[in-house]
Ligand binder design. Structure first.
Ligand code: MG
Ligand code: ZN
Length: 221
């Protein structure tokens, strides 16, 4: 019985997610879903990324969080459209929440929409929000065994950013080994090494992102 209920929830979510995706495509907006454990660096990555790109592209953010709006407050300095979703204890965003948040955004004034998911390496993997790309930020401080232990998350990512690589010595993690593990789980994902607080480490990430934004803009013409 319970399995049937869960199945219905997922069917409903996928259908709303498909509507969101069609909407983003029609509006030529690149929607990016940022997933990770708590503390891996999603908001820091957003700060560095938005700072680099906001003179060139129009950015909006949907912030997912259990109870607070702390991450949204960190991004207020950029003067961009931000919508906060508080899940009131819920451990992931779903497509319906995102659909509601979109209505609060002037989407005609957006090139790229970042959706910061709730920090959780488990169920966000199963909920399609309608994003074009899913970015997994994995901090090496979480330990080298996490790609295998949370493989669903790694399997469903389009990009994996191995973050906080500057801490690899202190954390006694071999980044080459971690990268090999990730590639053995998902050989299609783009895997990059970053230190989100250091903008210089984000060059490849920014190049990829700008390429995707341009692609989604062109698809409208
Ligand atoms: Mg955050
Ligand atoms: Zn959840």
């Amino acid at each position: 019985m319970e399995i049937k209920v869960l199945k219905n929830v997922m069917i409903k979510n996928n259908s709303i997610g498909a509507d969101n995706r069609a909407f983003f495509r029609e509006k030529a907006v690149l929607a990016v879903n940022l997933v990770s454990s708590p503390g891996a660096g999603k908001t820091t990555l957003l700060e560095s990324t938005i700072d680099k790109m906001r003179s060139k592209y129009k950015v909006a953010v949907i912030e997912g969080d259990l109870y607070t709006s702390r991450d949204a407050e960190r991004l207020e300095k950029f003067n961009i459209q931000i919508v906060q979703i508080n899940t009131e204890g819920g451990c992931h965003l779903d497509a319906r929440m995102v659909s509601g948040a979109i209505k609060e955004i002037n989407i005609d004034d957006v090139d790229v929409l970042f959706i910061e998911n709730v920090g959780n390496l488990v169920c966000p993997a199963s909920f399609d929000l309608g994003e074009a790309k899913r970015i997994l930020i994995y901090s090496i401080a979480e330990g080298a065994d996490k790609p295998q232990k949370y493989s669903t998350m790694f399997k469903t990512a389009d990009v994996v950013l191995i973050n906080k690589v500057d801490l690899s010595t202190a954390c006694r993690v071999d980044v080459d080994h971690v990268e090999k593990e990730i590639r053995s789980i998902n050989d299609k994902a783009l895997v990059l090494r970053t230190t989100a607080v250091d903008p210089h480490s984000l060059r490849e990430w920014m190049m990829w992102l700008e390429g995707e934004i341009e692609r989604s803009k062109k698809s409208k013409d």
